[in-house]
Design a protein around this ligand. Structure first.
Ligand code: HPA
Length: 234
């Protein structure tokens, strides 16, 4: 048990999927896992463990933003010794060719800062995905006929942004989408030698203002869960 994850060590699987929203964790566990069991609900940030195709997996909410992700990822790695952490979530599209409902596999995650920035001092660390997971996720996405993009994303500290110039620079440098968690997850995975990947559905678009209709959110979320599970266990 840790401060924020009130589960026994054996309750947490070696592979953990991490949606930002704990209700999404519950939905994904009930929809995709057999024998899903709520293993803790500290602060309402549910963790569920069950089986997918005979493999044990935990689905744990990360909350929103890198400080929250940092807490859960640190405890999962350092106390529960998990090997594989896959963020499943939404992002805002940043390029014309990236459409709402498409899936982005985040090869890299650029930031202004992360909770880890203080240890890097003058270094600009390049947080990047585990290539094995990325490779498998790409093939899984192709198999279920999802429009998938692989490339850089921007992990922002703000949803309500007062610096549109930063988004413009990201767009000018080919960044595909913006979200708020992946860079810290990748940084922690690098520090502790674990596998990490971010699988993101484009839920809204910064260029067009378009947003995914609520009746389509569930099916696109299902695509992500399937891609993440296939990547972890393929
Ligand atoms: N900004 C940050 N995070 C997001 C966005 C966004 O526009 N859309 C979904 N997650």
């Amino acid at each position: 048990m840790t401060i924020h994850i009130g589960a026994e060590k054996d309750d947490i699987a070696d592979v953990v999927l991490m949606p930002g929203d704990p209700y999404r964790a519950r939905w994904a566990a009930e929809t995709f896992l057999t024998g899903a069991k709520l293993v803790h609900e500290v602060r309402g940030m549910f963790g569920f463990t069950g089986e997918w195709n005979g493999h044990r997996v935990t689905i744990q909410g990360s909350g929103m933003g890198m400080p929250s992700m940092s807490i859960y990822a640190n405890e999962l790695i350092r106390d529960f010794d998990v090997s594989t952490l896959i963020r499943i979530g939404s992002c805002g599209g940043m390029q014309e060719h990236v459409k709402v409902r498409d899936v982005i596999l985040a090869q890299t995650a650029t930031t202004v800062s992360t909770p880890s920035s203080t240890i890097f001092r003058e270094l600009n660390f390049a947080p990047s995905a585990d290539f094995g997971l990325l490779h498998k996720a790409y093939h899984a996405a192709e198999k279920i006929d999802v429009d998938v993009h692989v490339g850089g994303i921007y992990s922002s500290d703000t949803f309500y942004d007062e610096r549109p110039d930063l988004n413009k620079e990201m767009q000018r440098h080919g960044i595909l989408g913006v979200e708020m968690e992946a860079a810290e997850l990748y940084t922690l995975a690098a520090r502790y030698g674990r596998r990490a990947l971010g699988v993101m559905t484009v839920s809204d678009h910064l260029l067009t203002g378009e947003a995914l209709p609520s009746d389509q959110r569930e099916s696109s979320f299902a695509d992500m869960v399937e891609i993440a599970l296939s990547a972890a266990f393929a």
